[in-house]
Design a protein around this ligand. Structure first.
Ligand code: ADE
Length: 224
């Protein structure tokens, strides 16, 4: 799967894709993540990518030309199934959306800044608008990194243990049960006996019960 991310701050995306699972996915050739600097597509002398809003008001608006030039160049090279704009007024990212996107081959992500992007970019190019939650960030780069992480870890072969993505919180309807590792007793705080029992069926039952009570307490909406 390939992601093309269009941003004015490519440096913000250096680190998130350079470590751990996302790095491994790229090394294995399972994911390709290409970051494009929007300023490279500006025809202005100062490489500006924004302008004053028509009708007045505070803040700058990102212009259509650089976005259009970058998107059109990418579209001339391959077909894209989705062009996603990260925005707080989009549909909220859920595991189901990550699952859905993990079946795509080529996806473009647009990162906005300032007051927003010219509405015509959204009307003419964007196929889907996604928010990572009900709060406002300074730009779409961190949301883009969140989206890519959520999707890439689902691609077949990315996780070593094929079953581990399937048992994640949100992948079923329950949150995860608590987990423990050594020592079995830390200053009198003990690991539940059942986990040390070696009794697989009892452990599975305990995990299910814990997952259920955690879900009831924290996210009853998931059980509705
Ligand atoms: N850009 C700014 N805030 C955002 C959010 N919460 N989700 C997606 N994109 C954003």
């Amino acid at each position: 799967m390939r992601f093309d991310i269009i941003t004015v701050l490519p440096a913000l995306l250096d680190s998130p894709f350079a470590h751990s699972i996302l790095q491994r996915a790229q090394k294995k050739g399972l994911a390709e993540i290409v970051v494009h600097n929007l300023r490279d597509y500006s025809t202005h002398k100062q490489k500006s990518v924004d302008d004053y809003p028509y009708g007045g008001g505070s803040g700058m608006v990102m212009s259509i030309e650089p976005f259009a030039a970058c998107i059109e160049k990418l579209k001339s090279e391959r077909e894209y199934e989705e062009i996603i704009f990260l925005t707080p007024d989009g549909e909220t990212l859920k595991q189901t959306i990550a699952n859905e996107l993990s079946s795509k081959t080529n996806v473009i992500l647009l990162c906005g800044h300032y007051k927003g992007i010219d509405q015509r970019i959204r009307d003419l190019f964007v196929t889907r608008e996604i928010s990572i939650g009900d709060y406002v960030l300074s730009g779409g780069e961190l949301p883009a990194a969140v989206l890519v992480d959520a999707v890439v870890r689902l691609l077949p072969g990315v996780l070593n243990d094929e079953t581990s993505a399937l048992s994640d919180s949100f992948q079923g309807e329950l949150l995860d049960a608590p987990v423990y590792t050594r020592p079995a007793d830390w200053k009198g705080h003990k690991v539940p006996d059942v986990l040390l029992s070696g009794h697989e069926a009892k452990i599975a039952e305990w995990r299910h019960d814990e997952a259920l009570s955690r879900t009831k307490k924290r996210r009853p909406d998931l059980l509705e």
